[in-house]
Design a protein around this ligand. Structure first.
Ligand code: THU
Length: 133
């Protein structure tokens, strides 16, 4: 398991790569896979606003592209003060690939970490097979 402080430093560097000229909110995410690798993503906004996407979507896309879709931890950092948490749509995206108990770790700019499981963040989630968990 990667130490949150190590990931936090890398995410802080990558905030500068976010394409966020409209909201000016820079978000960087790392997903840790069952294979033990980290895959990174940033938010990518668009002049046609709904065409932009979240940092979580970028990072999940990188993990799936690398052939490592099983998520065990998701680290989220932004330049907003305090802790941010994934939007509703991204909670569903994380759940799709999450191992049970997958942790979402929110890293504030001062380096503090707060953790919730994806099941805590998205209770009563939609599942195609409602008997699944
Ligand atoms: N955003 C993310 O990338 N991830 C989150 O968890 C919350 C919000 C982005 C979307 C948009 O580019 C900007 O932050 C402001 O909403």
């Amino acid at each position: 398991m990667t130490a949150p402080a190590t990931v936090a430093a890398e995410l802080r560097r990558r905030l500068a790569n976010a394409h966020a000229p409209y909201s000016k909110v820079h978000v960087a995410v790392a997903v840790e896979t069952a294979a033990g690798a980290l895959h990174y993503g940033v938010n990518v906004e668009n002049a046609a606003y709904p065409q932009g996407w979240c940092a979580e979507a970028s990072a999940i896309g990188a993990a799936v592209t690398a052939g490592e879709p099983a998520l065990v931890r998701v680290f989220v950092a932004s330049d907003l003060p305090g802790h941010i948490w994934p939007c509703g749509g991204c909670r569903q995206k994380i759940l799709e690939l999450a191992r049970p108990g997958c942790e979402v770790v929110s890293l504030s700019p001062d380096g503090a970490a707060e953790t919730r499981t994806i099941e805590e963040l998205l209770p009563l989630a939609f599942r195609l097979d409602p008997t699944d968990r």
